[in-house]
Design a protein around this ligand. Structure first.
Ligand code: BGC
Length: 486
């Protein structure tokens, strides 16, 4: 059976700056993530692996060759890449004073920038870094790849977030990253500036990559693997809330500052990227597991979308949005939804009586397990796509989907099975999916787990940086080239 995808479907891979750029030269050493993975206490405690991004694939220098792989090796017509905030603004942008309006509850609501503010931001920016991003984007266009640009894929400049001070005593510092609303204001400046400087080359934007993952791994998990490694449900919710507000603020900036078309899509299509996973009770016969699975689905999948699309900020997670929790003025728009889907998680209620956000665990994978121990479940992709479309009614891009598979034993199967489900979502369920981005183009720095984990379609030799295609490369090439799956 041949499965044909809609005309104009975007086929791509996704990469991110901190994970892919370093490895050959100029490090980006001014961010919280840089400090986090180099901190000895974090390595000793097992929060991070001890690997550093300095052994990465070196996209900062090799971008043109890698984009050649994306276009000629994979016959893709798009690429999702990210900008590193710390490279663009190594110096604090706080000195550029802008007009900030707050709502009655004190939340940042509107940030107004003038042309003059952009000139001031330009003087503060690292012009070489901005030029390099322009060259990357020009190279993408030159290779026939429509760029999708992620404005925030996790590292925050150290001048806004000191993750070690926050880890040790958050009250001791005012550099508190997403827990502080000043980060939203500075993010507004970053996104205005990027839309202004790169908008002639970009039409498709992602604002925040995965509010839930940064909130959960930074403020909730026992291992504490993401900066600042805290274990506090209220900070988890604060981070989730602020990154959702940040989406709206960024949405307004991009719409305002980018009016130029770089492609037939133009001038700016702006969306949030949410990670949506398939959750189910570990023991289907257990009412406790069933309740917890539903709760986790609500907190992790639904909450950030209810905030962005409806202005519902259910801060006590009781699944009732009281008048005080309704912030409809924070709904600024979301032209499409980016969905990152990886796996199925079977949820168990630990029943220790603590806050439910600390009282769940995921059962170990027992089915088709990736190197990460994630449970491969292609049907889950169709489920989340159909659910998200029926509820929020936006076009969707699958902005990430992939598998950790060092030995190259399951990548091809993973790709094909997920695309089969994606195709059903389009043709059977009527979900308007506009594109698919495999995670990831080449092996990269997998955050706290370093290089043990290999998601790349191309393997990378850490010494020579040589790229080697996995078995999935010819398969993905044929699918993208023909716009169909056999
Ligand atoms: C992130 C990527 C990450 C991938 C695999 C996603 O949550 O956006 O940066 O590498 O998952 O863990």
């Amino acid at each position: 059976m041949e499965r044909v995808f809609p005309d104009g479907f975007m086929w791509g891979t996704a990469i991110s700056s901190f994970q892919a750029e370093m490895g050959l030269g100029e490090p980006s050493d001014g961010t919280d993530w840089w400090a986090w993975v180099h901190d000895e206490a974090n390595v000793t405690a097992g929060r991070v692996s001890g690997d550093t991004p300095l052994d990465g694939p070196g996209f900062w220098e090799r971008y043109d060759q890698d984009l050649t792989l994306a276009s000629e090796g994979l016959r893709n017509n798009s690429i999702r890449l990210a900008v590193d905030w710390g490279r663009v603004f190594p110096e604090p942008t706080t000195v550029v004073e802008v007009d900030v309006k707050r709502d009655r509850r004190g939340n940042v609501w509107r940030v107004a920038l003038e042309e003059e503010d952009l000139d001031n931001l330009d003087r503060l920016s690292d012009g070489d870094a901005v030029d390099r991003y322009r060259e990357m984007l020009e190279s993408a266009h030159g290779h026939g790849l429509t760029p999708m640009l992620t404005l925030y894929h996790w590292p925050i400049p150290l001048w806004l977030h000191d993750p070690i001070a926050c880890r040790d005593d958050i009250a001791s510092t005012d550099k508190r990253g997403w827990v502080s609303q000043s980060t939203i204001v500075e993010f507004a400046k970053l996104t205005a500036y990027l839309a202004h400087r790169l908008g002639d080359l970009v039409d498709l934007y992602c604002t925040v990559n995965e509010p839930r993952i940064i909130s959960e791994h930074g403020y909730l998990t026992r291992r504490g693997e993401f900066p600042p490694g805290l274990n506090d449900p209220s900070l988890f919710l604060t981070c989730l809330k602020h990154t959702c507000i940040a989406h709206g603020v960024a949405y307004e900036q991009v719409k305002h500052w980018d009016r130029r078309e770089a492609s037939p899509l133009g001038p700016s299509t702006v969306g949030l990227v949410a990670v949506l996973q398939h959750y189910e009770p570990a023991d289907p016969g257990s009412p406790d597991d069933a309740w917890m699975s539903r709760f986790i689905d609500y907190a992790f999948n639904e909450w950030n979308l209810n905030a962005v699309f409806h202005g519902d900020y259910d801060m006590n997670l009781d699944q009732v949005v009281e008048p005080m929790e309704q912030l409809p003025h924070q709904v600024k728009g979301c032209d499409y939804l980016g969905v990152n889907y990886y796996a199925r998680w079977r949820v168990r209620h630990r029943k220790t009586g603590v806050d439910p956000l600390l009282d769940y665990e995921f059962a170990p994978c027992s089915g088709d397990c990736s190197d990460y121990g994630w449970d491969v479940y292609p049907e889950g992709l169709r489920n989340v796509l159909t659910w998200a479309y029926r509820r929020y009614r936006r076009p969707i891009y699958v902005t990430e989907n992939g598998v950790a598979d060092k030995e190259d034993r399951m990548r091809t199967r993973y790709l094909r099975s997920h695309l089969r489900e994606l195709h059903k979502a389009i043709t059977v369920d009527g979900v308007p999916v506009r594109g698919y981005y495999y995670w990831t183009l080449m092996d990269n720095f997998e955050w706290s787990d370093g290089y043990e984990i290999s998601f790349g379609l191309y393997g990378v030799d850490r010494e020579t940086k040589k790229r080697t295609p996995t078995k999935a490369v010819p398969v993905y090439r044929e699918i993208a080239e023909k716009n169909r799956l056999k």
